[in-house]
Design a protein around this ligand. Structure first.
Ligand SMILES: Nc1ncnc2c1ncn2[C@@H]1O[C@H](COP(=O)(O)OP(=O)(O)O)[C@@H](O)[C@H]1O
Ligand SMILES: [Mg+2]
Length: 225
């Protein structure tokens, strides 16, 4: 589902940080946790997989498509259809309602919209599945607790059933109890929909839930000067 081959990346010619991934792949439906310390390049790697940045060498292939071959507009559409993304800071629209936030990606992803049937009903069903309170859909995102905002971010990533879910340290803002219940809900959804999941984190305690755990050290050759 996700393949990196001989990938090299640097932010600029003279940037001290250089990322090199000789070979890394994730199968369809697999759940993978990638562990690495802060600054090891986890978020950079996710941006390469999402196609928001392109490798200086090598190829990133997602669901059969080489991202660098797409125009900017085609890449944006491809990402919107194929990948649900949970950002570390959630990136919700604070003044938008929960419903607006969850249904936002559907505006850029006609296939995901079609998968939903009724988008509002699907959004409310996801809120329910993620144990958000009844009626939450009409509340402003900014008025929710951090844990609730995180669940909204998950619902937004899951709506319309994108084949891939990518999560950048989604548990870092939560205490241990909320982390655990959040992961229960996330995995229930991922298993039900057979979603391919790649999560990056610095926290090895998350490991037991995943089909496979890799470390940045194992897959990446990093040069730092
Ligand atoms: N947008 C950017 N422009 C330039 N350098 C960046 C950018 N984002 C991250 N970096 C650099 O890339 C390196 C890896 O960062 P990052 O991928 O965010 O690591 P992690 O997510 O593991 O903490 C760091 O040296 C960071 O300063
Ligand atoms: Mg990061």
């Amino acid at each position: 589902m996700i393949t990196l081959r001989d990938v090299q990346f640097s932010w600029s010619k003279n940037h001290a940080f250089k990322l090199a991934v000789p070979s890394f792949s994730i199968s369809k439906g697999e759940t993978v946790l990638l562990l690495g310390e802060s600054g090891s390049g986890k978020s950079t790697l996710l941006s390469l997989i999402c196609g928001t940045i392109h490798p200086t060498k090598g190829r990133v292939i997602v669901d059969g498509t080489t991202l660098a071959d797409l125009s900017r507009g085609a890449a944006d559409r491809f990402r919107a259809e194929s990948i649900g993304i949970i950002f570390q800071q959630f990136n919700l629209l604070p003044f938008g309602s929960v419903l607006d936030n969850i249904t936002l990606p559907l505006h850029f992803a006609p296939r995901r919209r079609k998968n939903c049937g009724n988008a509002a009903e699907e959004a409310i069903a996801l809120c329910h599945a993620l144990s958000l309170p009844q009626g939450v859909e009409s509340i402003r995102a900014a008025d929710l607790s951090v844990g609730q905002q995180q669940r909204v971010a998950v619902a937004r990533a899951l709506i319309g059933g994108p084949p891939i879910l990518i999560a950048d340290e989604p548990t870092s803002a939560l205490d241990e109890t909320s982390q655990s219940s959040f992961l229960d809900l996330l995995f229930a959804q991922v298993k039900e929909k057979q979603t391919t999941l790649l999560m990056v984190s610095h926290d090895p305690r998350l490991a037991e839930r995943f089909d496979r755990v890799a470390t940045m050290d194992q897959i990446v050759q990093v040069e730092r000067s």
